[in-house]
Design a protein around this ligand. Structure first.
Ligand code: ADP
Ligand code: MG
Length: 238
């Protein structure tokens, strides 16, 4: 199976000297095409740091992070940005849509930045919006949509084109539970279609959509559970 994310003995220290914080230590994680992994852990345990590293938004202090077979630590800033645009779809907690662009323009933007011609980018955007069941919202502006619709646009933007490593940091935080489940179902079907998905969540019922759950505490991986025993493990975690 194609490995899309490979973290090997990763450590990330923020700051330096007496004020330094070891946000992650000794992290080994492999996620292949078709796999959906949930990351859980208390606030400050290193979940966002892990996702930033996985998405090439940050580089490790030591150890290696491979995205689609390339070691991000060995790449310069612009090569990393290109790798991100090509392979990584990132869903942020607060949507991050540009308010002056329509839904279609927001979703088309990463394609245009990638050098795809405008009409092709627009067509890709329409396809991605159809996938999240928002084809009829293509000309709406973010403030003309509900929170749930905006988050689905953000997901379409993360999925547009053929980006096969999908990273989501508590993407359901601001959503009602029905819309939250819809977002989870979308991520699940994306994994079933061959993407690798990593979801940070604090909700056990969302982690239940994953094939595997990884637990972080103080920057270390303290436990991991497969789909079958995830439910019982979740009960014992705070
Ligand atoms: P989580 O997402 O699980 O809440 P984070 O990855 O955001 O955890 O943070 C892990 C630890 O690293 C925390 O102690 C946090 O304060 C620290 N940290 C995160 N980012 C930075 C930064 N840019 N500078 C200094 N410390 C940071
Ligand atoms: Mg976080």
């Amino acid at each position: 199976m194609t490995v899309l994310l490979q973290m090997t003995d990763v450590r990330r220290v923020h700051g330096r000297g007496g004020a330094s914080v070891t946000a992650l230590d000794n992290i080994d994680l492999v996620v292949s095409a078709g796999e959906f992994v949930a990351v859980m852990g208390p606030s400050g345990s290193g979940k966002s740091t892990l996702l930033h590293l996985a998405g090439g938004l940050d580089t490790p202090s030591s150890g290696s992070v491979g995205v689609a077979g390339l070691d991000i630590g060995s790449l310069g800033g612009s090569a990393r940005a290109a790798l991100r645009r090509k392979h990584v779809g990132y869903v942020f907690q607060d949507f991050n849509l540009l308010p002056t662009l329509t839904a279609g323009e927001n979703v088309a933007l990463p394609r245009e930045l990638d050098g795809v011609r405008r009409h092709q980018a627009r067509r890709d955007a329409r396809t991605a919006l159809r996938e999240v069941d928002l084809a009829d919202m293509i000309d709406r502006f973010p403030d003309e949509m509900s929170g749930g619709q905006q988050q689905r646009v953000a997901i379409a933007r993360a999925l547009v084109g053929d980006r096969r490593l999908v990273l989501a940091d508590e993407p359901t935080g601001a959503l009602d539970s029905a819309t939250g489940e819809l977002v989870l179902a979308l991520l699940r079907s994306r994994a079933d279609a061959g993407s690798a998905v990593v979801l940070v969540t604090h909700e056990a019922r969302h982690a239940a959509w994953a094939d595997r759950v990884v637990f972080l505490r103080d920057g270390r991986m303290v436990d991991t559970a497969g789909r079958d025993d995830a439910a019982s493990l979740l009960v014992t975690q705070p």
